[in-house]
Structures are given as structure tokens and as C-alpha cells.
Write a protein that binds this ligand. Structure first.
Ligand SMILES: Cc1ncc(COP(=O)(O)O)c(C=O)c1O
Length: 422
């Protein structure tokens, strides 16, 4: 039987969260429940009982974790690898892929900053070109897809990089349709699914991209740092570990059938000495999700309906709007901050973000213990609320009040933010 989610669930299973904190920002760093953290601590020291045996056996432990994850995302475990985080996964793919000078990568304008920088690096170092597609919300999935299709036709890119759920604002991107569009135009698809597994349902056999990376330490309750990387079988030989290590084989080396099948596991299970505690507790995270939370569907339903409720209630509380197209909301929702009624100039915030950080974020984190990430997008300031099973509506009502209070206070500290009235 599933237990009641919300604050009482937090008090029972998430006691590592400071009880004075209003944890409404799961999306940035993730969070893990007590039973998983306990196992993680144990696992961190496990290698020291008998280091030789630990590292001798690591491939089996690693493969076991892949097998369990392959059931969650419905794909052949031979197409999976574990890396430290989404940034590493995206780097691994982009910096391995055999681009030639003049090849083009297409991406959305709100692609995650660290991934954008990898593309800029490829541009600077190897002359790989990139095309950025402007995506400003509110915009429909169809409009987004039309924009990409136009660029696919005109620019004939090699690869397209896009999100499952974008970071800021935190909205679902039409990634399934975009994979299909990539197939139609023979473009390699790379999905940044940093917010993927554990947040929205993921069926990799159905989506069938070329490449996909998803953090396990964000929404899936695996402690940091751990992410899953999916590589379609036809792309295995092009992808190399980062760093390149003992297991390196050139793209064109002919392997036996069995070696070919295990190409990713043989490469990625060991790339140098590191702590494998996150890998060791993947099964514990799955167990907690299934046995205590009631399974993926139950978790998703709770988080998604709470996010919708938060959008509804907080936008009313603030007298503003939220990004509410049905297909945008996952376990995160973006509500417009009432800058107009507070007399705050959104453009000034955008131009002086460091001051916003100092005058709004710092007191939110240090004094009020209630942090909501914000973004200036399409002329509005949005607050991104994240919802997980340990949250309930009152968390957001409180956090929303705190944000308004610190924003009012910021007007005293930073006159630049005051909207000029004529
Ligand atoms: C869309 C997106 N991509 C990539 C990342 C990077 O994740 P990590 O810091 O785990 O590498 C994030 C982090 O929030 C993200 O939101």
C-alpha cells in the first residue's frame, strides 16, 4: 500500500532535509530518501574492505545496475552506460562524435548552458557550425516542430540537440516528435534528458533516439553523481569514454560479435579509479520508488497533479499567469512573478542578474531557507517550482510569500530594479 505523500512523508523518509527548509527546488540538484542515503554511505566505504576484490568485481556490479535500469526505461541494457552527470554524458557524445569541419548542430535557444558551451567549443576547435532556434514561451509544440523542420530542410544539419524538459523555464519539450522529425531528415538526435528518468515516463524503445542522457541523481533518488547514457547500437563504435582510458578501441577496429554487443559495457564500466557508491545504490533507489512510493506511475501522477495545482494556486495568489499548456507541465511549473504590481522592472533584473542573485537569492537561501530559481523569459520573470513526493501545497504557498517579500526588500537594496513611472 502506498503511503500518504507530502510533508509527513518528508518527515518519515527525507529526514536529511533540514526541517526548517522549504524544499521547492528539487529540479536543480535532486534529493534522496533516507534508506538510499544510508546504503550510499555504507557503499562509499565498501571498497576499503577488500579493494582488489571490489575493483575486480566492479564490472558485474555495474552491469547489474544497467540491467535494472533497462527495465525502467525499456531498452536493451547493452545500449546503456553510466556516467557522472548529464553534462558529462552530453560532453561524451559531442566530443566523441566524428564531426567534420562545416557539419552543423541545431539546438534550441534555451538549451542548457553547459551543453551550449560544448557546442561552442566544437565550433572554436573544429569549425563545427551551429544553428540556434529561438524558442519563446508560450509557444505550441507544432510551432516548435515547424521551426526545426524549416531549419532541417534549409541547413541539412548533422545533429540536433534538444531537451526532454528544459531547465529554465522548466517545460516539457516535444522530444518524441522531434526524434521522429530527425529520422525523417536523417539528422542524428541527441536528447538532453537531464530532467528525464523519474520525472516523466521514459520508454526508450518507443522514443528510439540516437543518443539520450538522463540524470539519475535529479528525479530518480540516486545520490549524486550518476547519470544514464543511451546510445543506439549503430552509434556504439563512435562513442568513447571521457576520459579516454585503458579500454579505448578505435572506431574502425573490428570486434567479435560478443565484443561488439558488450562494446559499451567493456568501455564504460571502468575508466579510472573512482567512487562507485552511486552505482551500488541504484537498486535501492528503484526499490524505494516501487515498494515505498508505489511505483513510477504513482509518483508521476502525484508530482504532476501537484505541479498543476501549484501553477493554479500560486498564480492566483500572485495575480499573475503561469505556463499552463497541458503538455508543458511535468513535475515542474513556471509561475509569473508579480513584478508589475511590485513596481519591479524585469528588464533591469535581466541586465543586472548578479544583483538579483545578491539581493533576492542570497536572503532566500540564507535567511528564509526557501529558494525558488527564477528566469527572465520572453519579457517576464518566471519562478520555477519543483514538485516531488515529499512536497505539499503549503510548501509553495510559503515559498511564494518569501519570494515576494525578498523582492520587495530588494527594491530598497537595488534602486535599479524600480520601475520608472511617467
Ligand atoms: C536541461 C539540463 N541539462 C543539463 C543539466 C546538467 O545536469 P548536471 O549538472 O547533472 O550535469 C541540467 C541541470 O539542471 C539541466 O537542467
Amino acid at each position: 500500500m502506498t503511503e500518504k505523500f507530502g510533508k509527513q512523508f518528508r518527515e518519515k523518509y527525507f529526514t536529511s532535509i533540514d526541517p526548517e527548509v522549504y524544499p521547492v527546488n528539487h529540479g536543480s540538484w535532486g534529493q534522496a530518501p533516507d534508506p538510499v542515503i544510508q546504503k550510499f554511505k555504507q557503499a562509499s566505504g565498501e571498497q576499503y574492505h577488500y579493494t582488489d576484490k571490489f575493483f575486480h568485481d566492479i564490472r558485474d556490479k555495474y552491469t547489474d545496475a544497467l540491467k535494472q535500469l533497462s527495465e525502467v526505461v525499456n531498452c536493451d541494457y547493452h545500449n546503456l552506460a553510466l556516467v557522472d552527470n548529464a553534462t558529462t554524458g552530453v560532453n561524451t557524445i559531442l566530443r566523441s562524435y566524428p564531426f567534420k569541419k562545416g557539419d552543423k548542430i541545431v539546438m534550441q535557444s534555451n538549451v542548457y548552458g553547459s551543453c551550449y558551451n560544448v557546442v561552442k567549443f566544437l565550433n572554436y576547435r573544429y569549425g563545427v557550425e551551429y544553428v540556434e532556434i529561438e524558442v519563446n514561451y508560450p509557444i505550441s509544440d507544432d510551432e516548435i516542430l515547424q521551426k526545426f523542420e524549416k531549419v532541417f530542410k534549409e541547413e541539412k544539419p548533422t545533429m540536433c540537440l534538444f531537451d526532454t524538459i528544459s531547465s529554465m523555464p522548466g517545460v516539457i519539450f516535444p522530444f518524441k516528435q522531434l526524434v521522429n522529425l530527425c529520422k525523417k531528415y536523417d539528422v542524428v538526435s541527441l536528447i538532453d534528458g537531464a530532467h528525464g528518468i523519474g520525472c516523466i515516463p521514459q520508454d526508450l524503445s518507443e522514443i528510439a533516439p540516437d543518443f539520450y542522457v538522463s540524470n539519475l541523481h535529479k528525479w530518480f533518488f540516486v545520490p549524486t553523481a550518476c547519470a544514464l547514457m543511451y546510445v543506439d547500437a549503430k552509434q556504439h563504435h563512435k562513442i568513447h569514454t571521457m576520459p579516454i582510458s585503458h579500454s579505448y578501441v578505435q572506431d574502425d577496429v573490428k570486434l567479435s560479435e560478443e565484443q561488439e554487443l558488450n562494446r559499451l559495457i567493456d568501455r564504460f564500466s571502468f575508466i579510472g579509479a573512482k567512487n562507485y557508491a552511486s552505482v551500488s545504490v541504484i537498486s535501492d533507489a528503484i526499490k524505494f520508488r516501487n515498494e515505498v512510493c508505489g511505483g513510477e506511475e504513482t509518483i508521476y501522477k502525484y508530482c504532476n497533479s501537484l505541479a498543476k495545482q501549484v501553477g493554479e494556486v500560486i498564480s492566483k495568489q500572485w495575480g499573475t499567469s503561469y505556463l499552463d499548456q497541458e503538455n508543458l507541465i511535468s513535475a515542474m511549473v513556471n509561475v509569473e512573478v508579480p513584478c508589475e504590481s511590485l513596481g519591479i522592472d524585469v528588464a533591469a533584473i535581466k541586465a543586472n542578474w548578479t544583483r538579483f542573485d545578491q539581493t533576492v537569492y542570497t536572503p532566500s537561501i540564507d535567511v528564509h531557507k526557501s529558494f525558488i530559481p527564477c528566469v527572465v523569459h520572453n519579457g517576464k520573470l518566471y519562478a520555477r517550482f519543483s514538485c516531488h513526493v515529499y512536497n505539499e501545497l503549503s510548501d509553495y504557498q510559503h515559498a511564494a510569500d518569501v519570494l515576494v517579500k525578498v523582492m520587495k526588500d530588494s527594491l530598497e537594496l537595488e534602486p535599479l530594479f524600480k520601475k520608472l513611472t511617467i
